[in-house]
Design a protein around this ligand. Structure first.
Ligand code: ATP
Ligand code: MG
Length: 347
């Protein structure tokens, strides 16, 4: 989704544009240099078991974990067959991730890329995450160049295209998106041993995207569905963040946390795990403000408990800052609903 861009990605794009401008006709060196600069040393591959353990530690997502396990097992068996001199069955590794925003698609794609590296399918196993704007140009010829550049960056790793259906606007206007799809399909074929493509987005829009071009359906044969998180799962995710960063909730704040999480409705706009994360981050802001406003005390005298504890009020104010108002207690008058906070713009 339109998350704020990584400064490294921006730098990479600027260098890529510069490389295009200084490139001699027919030469790829400039672009390759940019690719080398950013992807050259991905560090040693992590053992498969370690990456698998990280995947297993994610809250919920049982069916996703099961499908990833099956994918990796198939690759391992094929590798063993090859070692025994048996023919490999070439299967397409390109995937469709169906799920609402914040359901863990990028997180799983990154781990899957590492697993592919660990089992020897990909040499680098990095993840290049893009949306329409990185692939589609404004004028004739620009799209093929941009898409090619992105693909070169992704070679030996995973290319993750978020909101892929944006490449195929259904309002009939003239658009270069389909050109990007054509280039992508061609390069997937040219580099079939060096590139895994994952297209991702809202379930209801992905189907028409896959039907928009006959080549797409056949190349993306496998679909993995990321369900919305339950309130219990969101609570566990929030509490994992607390534990990981050594924060605690004051007594009784648990109930408020559940009320806030129960109030965000499952679906395309809920924000899912991303909401849990931003709620946590906002709560830290609120705690800091509360502590700094305590006129009786200087910040220097705060003890360990003070700086570790998030209160019910911290949670309420954080939720309000995010445009979510916890359901009022039955006897209290209904609070006005402020304009919804747009969590998509959150980093
Ligand atoms: N199962 C999970 N357990 C713990 N944290 C999670 C889980 N799923 C997602 N998160 C956290 O939630 C945030 C959003 O996840 P992620 O970016 O992977 O979702 P996404 O589906 O790619 O969302 P978007 O569509 O908005 O890009 C991240 O901070 C991630 O660490
Ligand atoms: Mg994502």
């Amino acid at each position: 989704m339109a998350s704020s861009r990584n400064p490294l990605d921006e730098l990479r794009e600027t260098l890529g544009n510069l490389a295009d401008q200084i490139k001699l006709p027919g030469s790829d060196r400039g672009d390759d240099r940019v690719g080398e600069l950013f992807n050259a040393r991905p560090g040693p591959a992590r053992p498969l078991a370690e990456v698998q353990a990280e995947l297993d530690a994610l809250v919920g997502l049982e069916s996703v974990k099961e499908q990833v396990r099956a994918l990796v097992a198939l690759l391992q068996v094929q590798a063993r067959r090859k070692a025994h001199g048996l023919p490999e069955v070439a299967t397409s590794q390109h995937l469709v991730f169906l799920g609402n925003p914040g359901t863990g698609k990028t997180t799983v794609a990154r781990l899957l890329a590492e697993m592919y590296r660990a089992v020897g399918l990909l040499q680098k196993g990095h993840l290049v995450e893009v949306d329409r704007s990185a692939l589609v140009g404004q004028y004739v010829g620009a799209t093929a160049m941009k898409t090619d550049r992105v693909i070169r960056r992704a070679l030996d790793g995973v290319l993750f295209i978020d909101e892929a259906y944006a490449l195929f606007p259904d309002d009939g206007r003239m658009d270069f998106g389909p050109e990007a799809i054509e280039v992508l399909l061609k390069r997937m074929e040219d580099h079939r041993h060096r590139l895994v493509v994952i297209v991702a987005g809202y379930p209801r829009l992905m189907e028409s995207f896959l039907l928009s071009n006959p080549g797409l359906r056949s190349r993306f044969a496998r679909e993995i569905t990321f369900p919305d998180y339950s309130v219990d799962a969101l609570e566990t995710i929030f509490k994992q963040m607390l534990a990981q960063h050594e924060y605690t909730l004051e007594a009784g704040a648990d109930q408020m946390l559940r009320r806030i999480l129960a109030n965000i409705h499952a679906g395309e706009d809920s924000g899912n795990a991303r909401f849990a994360r931003t709620l946590f981050e906002q709560s830290l802001n609120r705690q800091a403000l509360r502590l700094s406003r305590d006129e009786g005390r200087s910040l220097d005298t705060l003890d360990r408990d003070d700086v570790m504890t998030l209160t019910t009020d911290d949670l309420v104010e954080a939720a309000q800052a995010l445009g979510e108002v916890p359901e009022p207690e039955p006897q209290a008058p209904a609070a006005p609903h402020p304009s919804r906070w747009n969590w998509r713009n959150w980093p």
